[in-house]
Design a binder for this molecule. Structure first.
Ligand code: BMA
Length: 333
């Protein structure tokens, strides 16, 4: 599939770091992970879909099976270098409760004082956004679950003006352009003072959403997002007629007033180009969920690829900031 965009040269794709064959329990797809630096290692919560396989889709289209909806739990993994991962023997989190069919797409924020905040999507009574805290990645204290329909929540790693701040992506009725919003909370339970942040992306003709928890730079909060475009051709996917391209994008938000965008790159940061991004459960999907700033100025960008594997790309933070300002969609022309 030809894409009119390409990943800029300053981004170095390092390929998959996690795949289903590495998981010591049932696993069909491992993707859309939340990743952060914790103590002196890296920690990952990943989405683990299980209970179906590619052949189930062939059977489904042949009319002999309807096993196309997975079960999902969240796996836990640790790494010394952010590249080689050791997966814990049991899934970490599943939240099987009445009315909730699954939780997925975790994001991890480590606050300045060490508090660990997990955001996740919840299916059940529509789509909802959940927030939990943990001390050890073994037990999770769920603080709030939003009303439907909302997801893709990420919490900023610092309180701003004394409050927790999150980005989120509610669904609009009667529109496919679901915008990014921001809400504030004194306690992770009650959320309000909501403001709209971003409505449309110049490179995507459908929905968008926050990606990883924002990273503080002297120039603003460096914030990864995803943007979706409906394409003319289908991608190679278990699910047939899958024609949506998911790009990763980037923007800079004001440090004091993060509802204000300082610069929004007018082109994508990561474009599906490699086989592991183009083919899988849903080919053409790049879905960023983790961003880790290294002391040498590199940003490790983690993303789900083709809803099948978890990948790593690296770029210098300075180049990312420059990319936003040099191609700023909001600059006066
Ligand atoms: C979105 C979410 C993501 C997924 C993406 C592409 O709507 O469900 O979890 O990665 O679609 O399938």
């Amino acid at each position: 599939m030809q894409n009119k965009f390409q990943t800029p040269d300053f981004v170095h794709k390092r390929g998959p770091v996690l795949s289903p064959d590495m998981v010591p329990y049932e696993s069909a797809l491992t993707f859309n992970a939340g990743i952060a630096r914790w103590n002196d290692s890296y920690v990952m919560l990943f989405r683990n879909d299980y209970g179906f396989c590619a052949k189930d889709f062939d059977d489904f289209y042949a009319g002999i099976s309807d096993n196309t909806v997975p079960s999902t739990n969240m796996g836990l993994a640790f790494s010394r270098d952010g590249v080689k991962w050791e997966i814990m023997p049991e899934p970490a989190f599943a939240m099987k409760q009445k009315g909730i069919s699954r939780v997925y797409d975790p994001r991890i924020t480590i606050m300045e004082d060490g508090e660990i905040i997990i955001c996740f999507a919840v299916e059940g009574c529509g789509t909802r956004g959940g927030i939990a805290v943990t001390r050890d990645f073994k037990s999770f204290d769920v603080k709030s679950i939003s009303v439907p329909d909302n997801r893709n929540m990420v919490v900023f790693p610092e309180k701003i003006n004394g409050e927790y701040v999150r980005l989120e992506r509610p669904f609009l009725t009667n529109s496919k352009y679901h915008p990014v919003w921001l809400s504030r909370s004194p306690d992770l339970v009650y959320w309000g003072k909501s403001e709209r942040v971003l409505g449309r992306l110049p490179y995507a003709n459908s929905k968008l959403g926050p990606g990883a928890p924002p990273v503080k730079t002297p120039h603003g909060w460096l914030t990864l997002i995803h943007g979706v475009s409906e394409m003319e051709e289908n991608y190679c996917a278990w699910e047939r007629n899958w024609n949506r391209c998911y790009y990763a994008g980037v923007m800079l938000l004001d440090l004091e007033d993060p509802a204000k965008i300082l610069a929004l790159a007018d082109r994508p940061l990561l474009v599906p180009e490699e086989k592991y991004e183009l083919e899988g459960f849903r080919g053409g999907v790049i879905f960023p969920g983790g961003a880790v700033a290294e002391s040498d100025g590199t940003l490790k960008i983690y993303y789900g690829a083709a809803d099948t594997v978890e990948c790593l790309a690296e770029a210098k933070i300075d180049d990312l900031v420059e990319f936003c300002f040099a191609n700023n969609a909001l600059a006066e022309k």
